[in-house]
Design a protein around this ligand. Sequence first.
Ligand SMILES: *Cc1c(COP(=O)(O)O)cnc(C)c1O
Length: 226
Amino acid sequence: MTLSVDVAANLRAVKDTLPEGVRLVAVSKFHPAEYVMAAYDAGQRVFGESHEQELSKKYEALPKDIEWHFIGHLQTNKVKYIAPYISMIDAVDSMKLLKEINKQAAKHDRRIDVLLELHIAEEATKYGFTPDACREMLEAGEWRELENVRIRGLMMMASNTDDEAQIKSEFDEAAALFDEIKSKYFAGDDMFNERSWGMSGDYKIACKCRSTMVRVGTAIFGERTY
Ligand SMILES: *Cc1c(COP(=O)(O)O)cnc(C)c1O
């Protein structure tokens, strides 16, 4: 199958712009498995998907050394399907979801890495903890009892705008909150070290705002058709 997009060249172009220490999640949602394989053959191993059924199909069909990230809003009743194999759940936006991940991870004798999703952007539709809700959740402390999840850091999406100053200020706010949370709750925990921000339109800004993990789809695989 000849793809209409030069995935390998795009992947290289994105990777060439990432500073050392910033990892790439290649967001393959809505693109067929052939696109994933083109990136895989070019050396990429970390991929992001946002729908459980699509992910499950790709997981079955594709090489087992792929690290799958679930990057979208995850319904609690879908956790059980991905719990056996998911590498990271990037967008935990409620205590209820965190508990369900813990429960399903325990069934598979796993500890699942997660990120807490922040809601900082202006869009009303986006999921995630507001900074205050995130502080309250951590302060309440119940998360400490969840032995089968490991909170690895924070994730967020900036507002969908051309205003670079605004995007930068949102990333900076997330980075400051990361420092606050790290010092208060994870000071001795080297594994709380991920700041996942930056997508195709803003990952270069995100890299200047201390991102450790960008999630890039369109710039690698082309436009999605929904
Ligand atoms: C789709 C998606 C991305 C990738 O977006 P692009 O603009 O295609 O790079 C990143 N993060 C999340 C949470 C997404 O849903």
